[in-house]
Design a protein around this ligand. Structure first.
Ligand code: GLU
Length: 424
């Protein structure tokens, strides 16, 4: 294949390389022609901006930001914006491509994009984050748009940042444009059910996979790594269906209880303690490295990339991995997972509930009409279940693991659309 491997970043596996490795396998199984392969392998557009922002101490700091549009073959590009001190271009490129595949897997009319700003939002004031968000929006005014490129929250951002983005965009355009961004606060045209949508989709995927594996949720145990918005909602909704969550973790550490963690209580604790589990006493504090290899049935990595790697994959005991995070498994770990017979519901399927409800938000904005929570949840659940079945059927048809099957479903859809649309 024509793909040239990028250099590895420090000791971390390169997420773009991880994405491309799976893409290459799926493209080969599908027999994708070289022309389409070349179109789909590289991002359509990569924008790097440097935005000056006046900090609270009066000094001006220049922040580097990215917006990568991987593809707009299926429709306007869609994807979140990440605020993190270590976000880098190859990571954003991988995340943008994953958005393309994710939207294609769930069959919504979007291409894929992702943004990032190199900053530490936890050490900045609200005013500094607001000015940074507005500056980033203004520098990307020609990129964003409800029919062009539609951002959303990702790590380090949420409804507050989306409100600033929507406001700045609207001011510069001279009229209120709700549909330029999703994940907004409810009063600003946000959708009911958007906040919990990714976690809910993870739960729906976990239930669908457990049914295939003939696992009874009420007799199963799980670990949820990452207790942010995705992990906490996934844990809560899985626990409601009877799964005993024995371990959870966040940046403050990992917590274990043989009798199961009371997730409602843990969420209440986190909400009262600055969003962190630090000092949580209802569970034993364990080594975060051990959490993923504990003896449970289901593993839900719901934090960052590359947590399941060749360093720990041998020791994993779970029968099922449901990827709430984007790219939590490095591609080098895939073979061992497959040899061990572990079923993986891959990121581009398992966490696609978020972008699905983002799509509903955008549809509601365009209609100027608000859906009930019931309608949002029912439609999202139907899409998640149908997508799971589509990927499962492809895994049987091509005799490949679920991850490669998800890429096959996605690439096939984008490639077919490209054939109709054509190039120059
Ligand atoms: N950042 C989320 C994701 O990775 C949501 C993207 C969106 O809703 O556009 O799927």
């Amino acid at each position: 294949m024509l793909y040239k491997e990028p250099a590895p970043i420090k000791d971390r596996e390169n997420p773009f390389e991880s994405m491309m490795s799976r893409f290459n396998i799926a493209a080969e199984v599908l027999g994708l022609d070289d022309e389409t392969y070349n179109v789909l392998k590289s991002p359509t557009r990569q924008v790097i901006v440097n935005v000056p922002v006046t900090m609270d101490d009066g000094k001006v700091r220049v922040f580097e930001g990215f917006r990568v549009i991987h593809s707009n073959i299926l429709g306007p590009s869609k994807g979140g914006i990440r605020y993190a001190p270590d976000v880098f271009l190859d990571e954003v490129k991988a995340l943008a491509a994953w958005m393309t595949w994710k939207c294609a897997v769930v069959d919504i009319p979007y291409g894929g994009a992702k943004g990032g700003i190199v900053c530490d939002p936890y050490s900045m004031s609200s005013g500094e984050i607001e000015r940074l968000t507005r500056a980033y929006t203004s520098s990307l005014i020609d990129i964003f748009g409800p029919d062009q490129d539609i951002p959303a929250p990702d790590m380090g951002t949420g409804p507050r940042e989306m409100a600033w983005l929507m406001d700045e965009y609207s001011k510069l355009k001279g009229s209120t444009v709700h549909g330029v961004v999703t994940g907004k606060p409810l009063v600003l045209g946000g959708s009911l059910g958007r906040v919990e949508a990714t976690g809910r989709g993870v739960m729906v995927s976990a239930m669908a996979a457990m049914a295939k594996l003939k696992m009874n949720p009420a007799q199963s145990t799980a670990v949820v790594q990452g207790f942010g918005n995705v992990g906490a909602w996934a844990a809560k909704l899985m626990a409601e269906r009877g799964v005993k969550i024995l371990g959870i973790s966040d940046v403050s550490g990992a917590y274990w209880n043989d009798n199961g963690i009371n997730i409602e209580e843990a969420i209440a604790y986190k909400n009262d303690h600055n969003g962190r589990l630090e000092g949580y006493k209802e569970a034993e504090k364990i080594n975060p490295d051990e959490l993923l290899t504990m003896n449970v049935d289901v593993l839900v990595p719901a934090a960052v990339e590359d947590v399941i790697t060749i360093k720990n994959v041998d020791k994993i005991k779970a029968k099922l991995i449901v990827e709430g995070a984007n790219g939590p498994t490095s591609y080098k770990a895939d073979n061992i997972i497959n040899e061990k017979g572990i079923m993986v519901v891959p990121d581009i399927l398992a966490n696609s509930g978020g972008v699905t409800v983002s799509y509903f938000e955008w549809v509601q904005n365009r209609m100027g009409f608000k859906w009930t929570l019931n309608r949002v949840n029912e439609r999202a659940e139907r899409i998640m279940k149908e997508s799971f079945e589509r990927v499962y059927a492809a895994s049987k048809k091509y005799n490949v693991p679920m991850r490669i099957a998800a890429y096959i479903v996605a690439i096939d859809k984008v490639a077919m659309t490209y054939k109709y649309r054509g190039g120059f």
